[in-house]
Design a protein around this ligand. Structure first.
Ligand SMILES: NC(=O)c1ccc[n+]([C@@H]2O[C@H](COP(=O)([O-])OP(=O)(O)OC[C@H]3O[C@@H](n4cnc5c(N)ncnc54)[C@H](OP(=O)(O)O)[C@@H]3O)[C@@H](O)[C@H]2O)c1
Length: 263
């Protein structure tokens, strides 16, 4: 099934940043979009700006009741989903000196456990796509990150959550390909959004959310499992990850803000 033929899409994390840009990029006549996030007003504003059918389904994916209500609302409106894009996520940086375990738990809760629960709710609706469209390969698209190619300083919580998601996605793809459900991951480099506006360090090759959304949709038209961009960053990270550990870790350690203990 070509992406142009994909009719019902649920985009989670669509109120701002990359998700909001994806909504515009996927705006196509005859399509039904469902867009979710916690901020109802922002969702309503996004829905008002596009041409195709777009329903704002407010939810906090870390809240079981809210997530269940959202998927029930969608199931009452359509018999199936052809694509689910789980873009929602958060980022917090970890100070190795204090090792705030609650921070790690918060990030894992949103970027990993909540997403597993979204997948659990979405899968029956995705599988139904095959009942209603004979040639359908429903797609589950999970937002990972290029951080998963090479660990970087202070990214312990964020990187662990995105790496866990990537690993899970690969396992799920192995299991679901026999049922003709495609699992894909997206691994962007730096994208200018409210999430990265908080960063206080150089972000090489940063691109706009609109450019990122175009890259994602282009990737979705291919059969690639991992949609990664910009290649000049992702290929550098992949190349560094192939270096011998001693050299690689020394190189990455140079980026760390940690000072040697005085005395
Ligand atoms: N920007 C980058 O450089 C970059 C690079 C690699 C990967 N990514 C990943 O790309 C995704 C989008 O990032 P972004 O930069 O666009 O971030 P963003 O601007 O902060 O947007 C995050 C989106 O997720 C939603 N969200 C967060 N927590 C949620 C929750 N509990 N329930 C429902 N929705 C929730 C937010 O909406 P509400 O606040 O309204 O809930 C918002 O729509 C994230 O998974 C991020 O990790 C980003």
């Amino acid at each position: 099934m070509q992406i142009e033929q994909i009719k019902n899409i649920w985009i989670i994390g669509a109120s701002k940043g990359i998700g909001k840009a994806l909504v515009s990029e996927l705006d196509q006549a005859g399509r039904q979009l469902f867009i979710s996030a916690r901020d109802q007003q922002a969702l309503t504003d996004v829905a008002a700006q596009i041409q195709c059918d777009c329903t704002a389904v407010q939810m906090d994916m870390t809240d079981d009741v809210s997530l269940e209500n959202a998927s029930l609302q969608i199931a009452r409106m359509v018999p199936c989903l052809d694509m689910v894009i789980v873009n929602a996520g958060t980022c917090e940086y970890l100070d190795a000196a204090s090792l705030d375990v609650e921070l790690v738990r918060r990030v894992m809760e949103t970027n990993f456990f909540a997403i597993l629960k979204v997948i659990k709710q979405a899968l029956p609706l995705l599988k139904n796509s095959q009942v209603f469209h004979a040639d359908s390969t429903p797609q589950l698209v999970l937002m990972s990150s290029s951080i998963t190619y090479q660990a970087l300083p202070r990214a312990g919580a964020y990187g662990a959550s995105k790496s866990a998601l990537r690993f899970f996605a690969e396992c799920l793809q192995a299991d679901l390909q026999h049922q003709n459900v495609a699992v894909r991951v997206v691994s962007p480099g730096f994208v200018k959004t409210p999430l990265t506006d908080k960063n206080d360090f150089p972000m090489p090759f940063i691109m706009s959310a609109s450019q990122a959304a175009k890259r994602i949709v282009k990737g979705l038209k291919s059969n690639r499992f991992d949609i990664h961009f910009p290649r000049r960053l992702t290929l550098i990270l992949k190349a560094i990850s192939l270096l011998p550990d001693g050299l690689r870790l020394k190189l990455i350690g140079r980026l760390s803000r940690q000072q040697k203990n005085p005395g």
